[in-house]
Each structure stands twice: as structure tokens, then as C-alpha cells.
Design a protein around this ligand. Structure first.
Ligand code: ANZ
Ligand code: ZN
Length: 813
């Protein structure tokens, strides 16, 4: 048993704090490395294995970088606004502010117990007025630059959370938080114009070192689609509508057009005769989610409006229908239907007996309808015979001459809805005046403080609306009585810029100083869960680019390199959850073994980006490893005054080789978050040390050097224990002020090697060769070896095969 325990943890945590070991030295900013972990939500429960896996292991990486000579900036804070605190308040009556502040205290303490080298001087808490003042400032800047706007729209509404949600917060039709089904409501809400950055959010991917999968998720979410817009004139009515299509080459195959039920044109185009049918249909579709409506196996339904449109390419008269497989939120909310070449249109046309026409043919494949492959245009007048890609261009060119068509790039990405009808968030800094309309709160009046005494029972109306003291104010322009906006900002707005506040968290006059922030940004390594791919990670990139365009920062991307930790599952292989009763609480292990053993176990037991099920049995071997490290150090200390023997023999060379090889591997593996293999290499070195110690006479100088290197490379992975061992070896505080040892290339070349020599498959002897020897040289040595030449005497050598580093095979008969 080693002496390592939580006592050692406490001892060193105290010392680290007293000596300000982790204080970021701003004067050394040119050498900075910004290491950031997604900050946590102060949810009240204790730090769980997942927090440890994210924060503890990234801390090891940061410590490793410190030893590599970087000025590491590793801050920590709290994403403190949001629904859980408010829901908790509704259940228990404890005010969100009180519960949040209390939870922050507990979590801060637990994070300190973890022994991570966060510099708490740079802490941010998003629900504090000195933070959300600048979140409101961000809103005002976006508003000034036409990137924040208000519109009346069909928005996602969660009846359980009693608030609207952004598209990103609706997962397959369900609320991302409470998992209830999301409905639609027509409301006037605030949006951020993320769509303006759609193209750059795609092209910027090439400049960042992110997992391909995450980039792909963002790419799909942004959903770029290159196509055309085609104008259809409505017969006998003085109106047009435009349809977005990716297949203008199929224009001759259009046999009807479809409007989404929400399209305001529907009312204008529906004739008296069909009004009852259309109205009834619109009512029915209101009950259906967009996900259902888009499902490919969903039965297509619709009704005729009674109106007709003109096909702009051939003047044909086509009926206009209403159908809910067309979404109002995409493209123009209108579709030119080509049942011959589109699966959905085909199903619809078959059901309602609408004509189906072939306009693309391909003699090399089965082009029975619906045919969605490539081919040549047919039944398309002057365009017959053109390859479809040429057909697209030719048809659009023709339409363009009459202003009836143009190229169009369409994105699935929607603007970011940021209003929330809830209490616990940053108030939107806007005032409504009867005379002046929408008036932004002047910057000098920020923050618009969130009042404490609010009735936040959720009923779909913003709680702040019921707070007389809050809503009533004067118009900043005309000074007449006016009312404040009562919605609060989506908490994703708070987290969309927090990485810019950390380095300058005490700035009172601006959110951050430009000169300073340009030195500190971008974040060099960002670590967090993959579930944020299309929310936080997209929002943060957008806000960063918007701030750049306003001149507040120079960089274009906030996070240069990103890594996602895997998920630690319960022993049953399921995601940990209280209801399943499979949650692993680190406390028990930490008390029993010390935090470093727990941390080492998380490092050794899992591939970092993959995670996996918790294995109770895995912790014992780690405990044994730590014990053995201490034992070898104590053994050395016992013997260190014996005469040292430096004969530079094979055993010494082997140990030295192992030492440098381990340094090399741990260096490159830890850099790549491959902690498990780093630790495996260190275990091998430890075994090598024990083996060497079995010799009667020892090179004690060498052992000392190996042990010191060993402690330094182990230090990021087991910080408290290594600091203790460093001291026991008689070294000066702190191991974290050392440099990561560099390896010696020469030591990695073992000078000579032993090779077995086989004759006709049987081992007949051994030879010693230079490790740099060529195959020819090895062959010569083998054949001239006394034992071997005796063995093949009288025979003819037919073949010699040299397998470098292992064996020489001689075939003789
Ligand atoms: C005619 C056509 C012919 C189409 C054909 C496809 C194949 P992506 O790639 O996703 O952008 N579309 C356009 N707006 C729509 C809406 N609001 N709701 C539902 N469907 C809509 O898809 C673009 C295609 O989806 C468009 O091209 C349109 O159908 C349909 F052989 O136009 B296509
Ligand atoms: Zn006014």
C-alpha cells in the first residue's frame, strides 16, 4: 500500500493555491495556449463521472502543455441562466438565483477538489449583471447591424416548458430539454440573422481542426442546396408565385403545382367552390408536425384550390393544389410538381389521378417512373436530347430572358429565434414606445436588470410581463411612458460569446479589449460533448464572425481545434441516469483511492473520444500501478547512497532505451488525448525499472534520472501523487515548473541486436549484429558463425531470408 490518499490531494491543492501556481501570466501572452472546456450548468447535483471525464482529463492535457512550455490559459465558469433552475424553483419555491448561487458554490468547491489547474481569477457566471450586461450589449450591436430583428412567424412552442424554441432545440419534433412534442404558434419574436452567415459557416470548416463528423452535422444542418427559382403566373388573377427547384431540367414534366397550407397565397387562390375543402384541410394539417409531414412513408394528402397557373416554359395550364408535404418554412413554400421524376410528387399524382410525364430518359438504366437518376431531356421541345445538367442551364437561361427564372442557392438553416417567455434569462434590452416604436435601450443604461421579486409560474405569458416595476419605463427617445420587452434571451446567447469574456472578465467599460482579445483568441483546444454540434458550436461561430465584421475582433473562427469526449456508461452499458440507478458517483472512489487514481482510471480504462461502460474491476490495477511507482521510488531512496556502477552494459542501455522510447510515446499520445496508451507505456517503463533493479550492482545515477523523467511525464496524469513523489525525491517545488523531458534519438537506436538463426526451420544458434546492419551484412555474419557453418558443412545453401530484428532463416540441402 502506498501513502497516496486524499490527504496528499489536500496537501498539494492547498500549496498550489497558496503559491498561485496556476496564475496565468499575462505578460507571457505571446506564448499562450487557450484550453477551454465547455462550461457547466450549475444543476445542483454533484460532479458526476462525465464532468470528471471532461474536466479532469482535459486538465491533464493542459498540464502536459504547461510542461511543454506553454503559458496555459484554462478558465472555468458557469452557464447559469436557464430553465432547469426555474423549473426547480416552480417545484420547490426556492428562487432560481438562490439555488443557482448555492450550486455554483458547491460545484466550484468540487472542481477545486478535482485538483484541476483552473485560474479562478478569470471566472465568469452568466447570470451575474456584470456578465449579462454585455450579453445585452451584444444584442444591441446585432440590432444596430441588422442582425437582430423582430418578425411575426410560425414558431416552435413547447407546451411543457411554456416557451418558444429555436429550430435547433427541436429534435425530430420533440423538445430538446423536456422531450415533449413541440407544437406551432404564430408569434412576434426576436431572431438573430444567422442565415446571413450560412455560406461562411460552411467554408470556414476548412480552416479548423474539428472532427469530420461534427463538420458533417453542421453541413447537413445548414443544408445548402443549389437550384433555381421559377415564376408561375396564376391564370385569371393578377398574382405570381415562385417555386424553388433543384431540377429546372424537368420543367416540361410539371403537371401541377403545390402550395404549403400556411402559404398566405392559398386564401387568395382558393375559389368559392373549394373553400370549405381547403379550410378543413388547413385545420387538419395544423395538428401535424413538420417531421411527420416530411416522412417519406407518410401518405400524401391535399386539396385542389380551384385555380390554375401557367407553366412559364410552354404555356401549359396546370392546377394549383394545397398539400402538407410542402413546407412553408423551406424555399418559397411552393413547389412545381414533377411526378415523373420525384418520389413524393409521384405518390401524390397517383393518388389524385394527376398526369405523370417522362421528361428525362436514360437508355442504360431502368428508367421506369418515377425516375430520379440522370439522363437526357425528352418531351421537352427544343431542349430534347440535352444532358440534364446542360438542360438545367439552358432552361433557366431561356426563363431568365423573360424574368421568369434565376439561379438560387437555398439553405435549410433558419434564423435563430432568441426570445423566451421565461424568467431566468437576460432581459432583451428593448423598449416599445407608442410614438417611437421599437427603441433599443441606450448602452449607458445597461444592464437592464432582471428583477428578483417575480412570479414565475409558467402560463405561456412571460413572467416579467406581470412585473409592473419592470415593464413600465420611459422612452429613451421622447421620454414618454413606454413599456419594456418582457421576453428573455435564449441561454445559448449567453454561451455564444463567453470564451471572449474569460480573458478580460473584469473589464467594466467594454465586453473585452480588442487588442487583448486578439492576442488571446482563438481558443487553441476546445473540449465538450458532440451534442452541441448544431447548437452552441454553430451559434458561437456565427457570433464570432458577426463580431469580427463589426470590428471587435480579428479572428474568424473561435475554436481552432475541437475534440469531443466520449460518454461513460453505467456498468450495464446504458447511459447513466438517476432513474436507471446506474450512476457512478466519483466520491466513493476518490475517498477510497484518492482523486489521481480515479483520474488515471478514467484515462486508462477508455479511449477518450469513445468512452464506454464503467468497469468496477478496472480501478484495482491502477491502484496497484500507483503503489508500485511509490515502491520503486522508496527502494531507490533506500539504496541511493550505495556506490554507483556505470559500466554502460546491456541492461543499462535497455533501460535507457525504454526511458526515451516512453518519453517519446507519452509525448505524442498525450498530445492527441490518447491517454490510455500513454499510461500503458508508463506501465512498461515501470516494469523495466523493476527488472533493472534486480541487478546486483546498479547505475544509481541512471535510475535517478529515469525516475525523475518518469515523475514528470506522469505528473499531468496524476498531479497530486507526482508532486508528492517529486518532493520525496528531494526536488524543489513544483514538478509543474519542470519541462517535459525531451527524448534522445540516439538512445532509441539499440547498438546491437541478437538474432536467432534457423537452419531448415530449426533454431541452431544466435548471432549479435549492429542494429544498423544491412541484410547482406547480417547474412554474411550468420554464415560465418562457427556453430552455423559447422551445421551446414557439406550442404549447399539454397536461400537465406533475413527478418530484421528477429531471425535469419537458412535453407540448405
Ligand atoms: C421540381 C423537382 C423535380 C424537384 C424533380 C425534385 C425532383 P432540396 O434538395 O432539399 O433542396 N421542394 C422545394 N421546396 C419545398 C418545400 N417547401 N417543401 C417540400 N419540398 C420542397 O430539395 C429541393 C426540392 O424539393 C425541389 O426541387 C422541390 O422539388 C422540393 F424531379 O422541384 B423539386
Ligand atoms: Zn418614444
Amino acid at each position: 500500500m502506498s501513502s497516496y490518499s486524499t490527504k496528499i490531494d489536500e496537501k498539494w491543492q492547498k500549496k498550489w493555491e497558496e503559491t498561485n501556481l496556476y496564475e496565468f501570466n499575462e505578460d507571457n501572452v505571446d506564448n499562450k495556449l487557450y484550453c477551454l472546456e465547455m462550461f457547466s450548468y450549475p444543476s445542483g447535483s454533484n460532479l458526476h463521472a462525465g464532468h470528471w471525464y471532461n474536466y479532469g482529463l482535459t486538465d491533464s492535457w493542459a498540464r502536459y502543455k504547461r510542461l511543454k512550455g506553454y503559458e496555459v490559459f484554462q478558465p472555468m465558469g458557469f452557464d447559469a441562466f436557464g430553465l432547469p433552475a426555474e423549473n426547480y424553483a416552480i417545484k420547490t419555491g426556492v428562487h432560481p438565483k438562490d439555488s443557482t448561487m448555492k450550486n455554483i458554490q458547491t460545484m466550484e468547491k468540487q472542481l477545486k477538489d478535482m485538483g484541476a489547474m483552473f485560474d479562478w481569477n478569470y471566472n465568469v457566471v452568466t447570470c451575474e449583471p456584470d456578465y449579462y450586461k454585455w450579453t445585452q450589449w451584444l444584442f444591441l450591436k446585432l440590432y444596430e447591424n441588422n442582425l437582430a430583428f423582430r418578425k411575426n412567424a410560425h414558431v416552435n412552442w413547447c407546451p411543457e416548458c411554456n416557451t418558444v424554441l429555436a429550430n435547433e432545440q427541436v429534435v425530430e419534433g420533440f423538445c430538446e430539454r423536456c422531450e415533449n412534442e413541440v407544437t406551432k404558434k404564430k408569434l412576434t419574436q426576436w431572431f438573430f440573422k444567422i442565415t446571413e452567415y450560412a455560406e461562411e459557416l460552411l467554408s470556414g470548416h476548412k480552416d479548423i481542426d474539428w472532427p469530420d463528423k461534427t463538420k458533417a452535422m453542421q453541413r447537413n444542418w445548414i443544408g445548402k442546396s443549389v437550384g433555381s427559382e421559377v415564376v408561375f403566373k396564376v391564370k385569371d388573377k393578377n398574382v405570381n408565385f415562385t417555386a424553388f427547384t433543384t431540377r429546372p431540367d424537368t420543367l416540361f414534366g410539371v403537371t401541377y403545382a403545390v402550395l404549403a397550407p400556411e402559404n398566405p397565397l392559398v386564401e387568395k387562390l382558393t375559389t368559392k367552390e373549394f373553400k370549405t375543402d381547403v379550410d378543413r384541410y388547413i385545420e387538419e394539417t395544423k395538428k401535424r408536425s413538420e417531421v411527420e409531414r416530411q416522412a417519406s412513408n407518410d401518405e400524401k394528402t391535399g386539396v385542389f384550390t380551384g385555380s390554375y397557373a401557367t407553366n412559364p416554359i410552354n404555356g401549359e395550364k396546370i392546377p394549383i393544389w394545397v398539400a402538407d408535404y410542402v413546407l412553408y418554412s423551406y424555399g418559397t413554400g411552393a413547389v412545381m410538381a414533377v411526378p415523373g421524376h420525384d418520389e413524393r410528387d409521384f405518390q401524390f399524382a397517383t393518388k389524385y389521378d394527376l398526369p405523370i410525364r417522362k421528361v428525362i430518359e436514360n437508355s442504360e438504366t431502368d428508367d421506369s417512373l418515377p425516375f430520379t437518376g440522370e439522363g437526357k431531356l425528352t418531351n421537352s421541345g427544343e431542349f430534347d436530347g440535352l444532358h440534364w445538367q446542360d438542360g438545367k442551364k439552358a432552361i433557366i437561361n431561356k426563363l431568365r430572358q423573360n424574368n421568369l427564372g434565376q439561379d438560387k442557392v437555398q439553405y435549410k438553416l433558419r434564423d435563430w429565434l432568441v426570445s423566451r417567455q421565461r424568467y431566468w434569462g437576460a432581459p432583451i434590452p428593448i423598449i416599445y414606445c407608442d410614438d417611437c416604436g421599437v427603441v433599443p435601450v441606450p448602452e449607458k443604461d445597461l444592464p437592464v436588470k432582471l428583477p428578483y421579486d417575480v412570479d414565475f409560474t409558467p402560463d405561456g405569458i412571460s413572467p416579467l410581463k406581470k412585473h409592473e416595476g419592470f415593464i413600465n419605463t420611459n422612452c429613451p427617445k421622447c421620454n414618454k411612458k413606454a413599456k419594456r420587452e418582457t421576453d428573455t434571451l435564449d441561454t445559448f446567447v449567453d454561451s455564444s460569446w463567453y470564451f471572449l469574456r474569460y480573458p478580460d472578465n473584469k473589464n467594466n467599460s467594454q465586453p473585452f479589449d480588442k487588442k487583448w482579445i486578439d492576442k488571446m483568441l482563438p481558443v487553441d483546444k476546445y473540449v465538450g460533448g458532440p451534442e452541441h454540434a448544431c447548437m452552441h458550436l454553430l451559434y458561437a461561430r456565427f457570433i464570432h464572425k458577426a463580431l469580427r465584421d463589426m470590428g471587435y475582433i480579428n479572428s474568424s473562427e473561435p475554436f481552432k481545434s475541437l475534440i469531443h469526449q466520449g460518454i461513460i456508461l453505467g456498468p450495464d452499458g446504458n447511459k447513466m441516469s438517476k432513474s436507471k440507478g446506474n450512476v457512478i458517483s466519483p466520491d466513493k472512489y476518490i475517498h477510497e483511492y484518492g482523486s489521481d487514481v480515479f483520474r488515471l482510471y478514467l484515462m486508462f480504462g477508455f479511449a477518450y473520444t469513445e468512452g464506454g461502460p464503467w468497469d468496477e474491476n478496472g480501478i484495482k490495477p491502477i491502484k496497484r500501478f500507483v503503489d508500485r511507482v511509490e515502491r520503486i521510488i522508496l527502494t531507490y531512496l533506500d539504496r541511493k547512497d550505495e556506490p554507483t556502477n556505470t559500466k554502460m552494459d546491456k541492461a543499462e542501455k535497455e533501460l535507457n532505451y525504454l526511458r526515451h522510447n516512453t518519453i517519446k510515446s507519452v509525448d505524442s499520445d498525450t498530445d492527441k488525448f490518447q491517454f490510455n496508451t500513454s499510461i500503458a507505456r508508463m506501465m512498461e517503463l515501470l516494469n523495466g525499472l523493476f527488472k533493472y533493479m534486480e541487478n546486483d550492482s546498479l547505475n544509481l545515477d541512471l535510475i535517478k534520472n529515469v525516475l525523475e523523467d518518469f515523475i514528470i511525464i506522469l505528473a499531468p496524469h496524476a498531479p497530486h501523487f507526482s508532486e508528492e513523489m517529486w518532493q520525496q525525491m528531494g526536488n524543489e517545488y513544483s514538478v509543474f515548473n519542470q519541462s517535459f523531458p525531451s527524448y534522445d534519438e540516439k538512445a532509441l537506436i539499440m547498438e546491437t541486436q541478437e538474432l536467432a538463426v534457423q537452419i531448415n526451420g530449426k533454431v541452431r544458434g544466435k548471432i549479435e549484429v549492429d542494429s544498423g546492419a544491412t541484410n547482406e551484412e547480417i547474412e554474411k555474419i550468420a554464415l560465418s558463425d562457427q556453430k552455423i557453418s559447422d551445421n551446414i558443412a557439406g550442404k549447399t545453401v539454397r536461400k537465406v531470408i533475413v527478418i530484421k530484428g528477429r531471425i535469419v532463416n537458412i535453407v540448405a540441402s
